[in-house]
Design a protein around this ligand. Structure first.
Ligand code: SF4
Length: 405
């Protein structure tokens, strides 16, 4: 068979990588090549984002080293039994592509994942060679995200983290039993142990970083991805898993990726992808747990799903109308954060503003960029909602248009 051209490999291996949602790149340490030293930067405008044809964010040169894989995960298009065109980059090809795209300003970094070739160690060693080559041979200062192989040896994982800004290990399915059923060669114990090792290395690097300026292990932390809708897990179970991952492994992000039906898939998998709105609501709920002081149980019960028609904070407020209206001029930050329509920035601006003047409805409108959602839940110097907060038709009045359903 004739060897594949680089262009063809790129087409296959960037397409194969599009199913991985973990492509954001916040939280890295600042590096740049201003002053003529090195290549690339994580600063300036920040990492830019592009979108794959399916609308997924692909901010970096996002590729697989290879889509050959010895595993047979039922939900994955790259599984060994899948009848798809295969390709494999050499280490040097990935380095050259990254540098070439970077210098042409197409990308600001590299997201590198891979199918498993031979075994975990062999695969991760190849990926580490790419990252090491970029950093050491080319003084590459752009962003690198490596998708680690949980079965690889801890020493290789440690080396990977010295070159990567962010590392991730995909836990893939919200329920352990689903992973066992759909990805029998994966071992959830091995995955969790690897995530624990990464957490330890990140924490240790942070400690050392306070005393000296060593190379820090994965300064942008670790993340993971959960596939939504490939198994029967409810939103409550998915968020419970996320809650444990954030708490137990200090993850920076859990990404939610709606399952995409794949060709010749197992009968155990659904034929249709879940509504994209489900993914969106999970991100909103995740955000509430991390930045708005909500417990998972307040947002959704273990066996329940999120309301697709309205955002989870609004759903909570409608269920807890006895807590409203809150006085924007007096309420504490926690209560303001729980108010529909008020984001973290808006709340902080309101708190700063009320030190100078009594807040009026017009101020809220300006800072919150709209009033429809917030008005029934607040009191200001010139506004009180009266019976509106408890009105029977309130949900219909404040509900969003169900986009993306
Ligand atoms: S190990 Fe990764 S690439 Fe291989 S089949 Fe499973 S999910 Fe796909």
């Amino acid at each position: 068979m004739a060897p594949l051209s680089l262009k063809r490999k790129l087409a296959i291996l960037s397409d194969a990588a599009k199913y991985d949602a973990s492509c954001a790149s916040s939280g890295s340490s600042g590096r740049n090549s201003l002053g003529g030293k090195g290549v690339g930067s994580t600063e300036g405008m920040g990492i830019c984002h592009a979108y794959a044809p399916d609308g997924r964010c692909i901010s970096l040169l996002k590729i697989l080293l290879t889509n050959f894989c010895i595993y047979d995960c039922a939900y994955c298009v790259n599984r060994v039994s899948s009848n798809i065109p295969r390709a494999r980059f050499t280490v040097q090809e990935v380095i050259d592509l990254t540098l070439g795209f970077y210098k042409r300003n197409y990308i600001e970094g590299l997201f590198l994942s891979s199918g498993i070739i031979r075994n975990g160690d062999y695969t991760l060693e190849e990926m580490v060679r790419v990252a090491r080559g970029l950093r050491q041979d080319h003084d590459f200062r752009g962003y690198i995200h490596l998708k680690l192989i949980p079965e690889a040896s801890p020493a290789l994982v440690l080396e990977a983290g010295l070159y990567a800004d962010r590392v991730s290990i995909n836990i893939e399915l919200p329920k352990d039993e689903s992973l066992l059923a759909l990805a029998p060669q994966k071992d959830v114990g091995v995955i969790k142990k690897a995530m624990g090792g990464v957490r330890y290395a990140i924490d240790e690097g942070r400690e050392k970083g306070r005393r000296a300026a060593p190379k820090r292990f994965a300064p942008a932390g670790q993340s993971t991805q959960l596939i939504i809708g490939a198994d029967t897990a409810s939103d409550g179970e998915i968020l419970q898993r996320s809650e444990r991952l954030y708490g137990g492994y200090g993850l920076r992000r859990v990404y939610y990726s709606a399952f995409s039906p794949i060709p010749d898939s197992s009968k155990a998998l659904p034929l249709e992808r879940p509504p994209l709105m489900r993914e969106h609501r999970l991100y909103q709920a995740d955000w509430l747990m991390r930045f708005y002081g909500f417990e998972r149980q307040e947002i959704v019960g273990e066996a329940a799903n999120l309301d697709l028609a309205i955002d989870p904070k609004l759903a909570w407020a409608l269920e807890n109308r006895g807590r409203f209206p809150i006085d924007v001029n007096r309420a504490d930050r926690e209560a303001l954060l729980r108010t529909p329509g008020l984001g973290v920035k808006t709340v902080d601006r309101l708190i700063a503003l009320r030190r100078q003047k009594a807040i009026r409805l017009e101020d809220v409108k300006r800072l919150a960029r709209g009033l429809s959602k917030v008005k029934p839940f607040i009191v200001t110097a010139d506004w009180t909602p009266g019976a509106l907060t408890d009105a029977a038709g309130l949900r219909g009045t404040v509900a969003e248009q169900p986009r993306l359903l």
